[in-house]
Design a binder for this molecule. Structure first.
Ligand SMILES: [Zn+2]
Length: 288
């Protein structure tokens, strides 16, 4: 009798272990196959430092980026600096929109909230909205220049409340990086006809974005114990007109899936209260 009971017990323990093993395998498999997700956002449209390239070259670089996005089937949001729009660049924004990309507000003159008043800054936002109204439809998205959201509580709340009252969604960034800096070096090397420099800066840029993607993805998992729907910030630059193709290919090879901004913003991480008030621009993950 006793022997029979112990045998029954061991059978049921074995059955439970088997079930547990199956559950573990299922969890591990689903985690291993869960793709990292990424929305691509591009700042400083129509074109970063738009005054230094001849018009035709600038238009060509802009269209090169459109071509790369089309090749990888990536739909992005472009944050526009309103004062930089003229007839030619307006045409580029028409083409951008026709490809299915979304236009957002990046202020009229790209001011730094650290050094401007709240009222002046908010006026600048509205001037941009007027300049881009042709391309803004369902939702109003805003990106702070330099990711500076206010060096003190008065400025932080003064702009945040203004944005909320006027129906804007602030679009934070999880994968912050220095692509603009690499572009500056790249443009200088191009100007100096330094082909070795051009090439090595391009390769260093790719490595930089790879490192920052890994770093912020690890930070998200460490802080939230799960994957987040990432938002990458890059700029509309000469550098990306050449290297964005390689960059997007790398993400694809690593198993990342491109999503739209709307999809990314469904992640509850973007509803969390950030705890940082200060002069620095940074990843949303560091603000939490
Ligand atoms: Zn900017």
């Amino acid at each position: 009798m006793l022997r029979l009971k112990s045998c029954t017990l061991s059978l049921s323990v074995r059955a439970m272990l088997r079930v547990w093993l199956v559950v573990c395998i299922l969890i591990c498999t689903s985690t291993a196959h869960a793709a990292k997700e990424l929305a691509v956002t591009i700042d400083d449209l129509p074109f970063l430092y738009g005054r230094y390239l001849p018009d035709s070259v600038e238009s060509e670089r802009f269209r090169d980026i459109l071509k790369i996005l089309r090749k990888h089937d990536v739909k992005v949001i472009g944050f526009v600096v309103g004062s930089r729009i003229d007839a030619r660049r307006g045409q580029l924004l028409d083409e951008f929109e026709a490809e299915g990309h979304v236009v957002g507000n990046h202020t009229f003159t790209h001011p730094d909230l650290n050094t401007t008043s709240v009222d002046w800054y908010n006026d600048d936002i509205m001037k941009c909205e007027k300049a881009i109204e042709k391309w803004v439809h369902e939702a109003k998205y805003f990106r702070y220049p330099f990711l500076h959201q206010g060096p003190n509580e008065t400025k932080d709340l003064g702009v945040a409340r203004f944005l909320a009252a006027h129906g804007f969604t602030n679009v934070p960034v999880t994968i912050d990086n220095a692509d603009w800096h690499y572009n500056k070096e790249y443009a200088a090397a191009l100007k100096g006809r330094d082909s070795v420099g051009v090439d090595s800066i391009g390769r260093a840029y790719i490595v930089h974005i790879q490192e920052m993607s890994g770093r912020f993805d690890s930070l998200a998992v460490a802080k939230l114990h799960r994957d987040v729907k990432h938002i990458l910030l890059i700029h509309m630059t000469e550098l990306n007109a050449v290297y964005l193709d390689q960059l997007l290919t790398w993400y694809e090879e690593q198993g990342w899936k491109f999503i739209t901004l709307t999809e990314a913003l469904t992640d509850p991480v973007y509803q969390m209260q950030d705890s940082y008030i200060g002069p620095n621009g940074m990843s949303w993950l560091l603000r939490l």
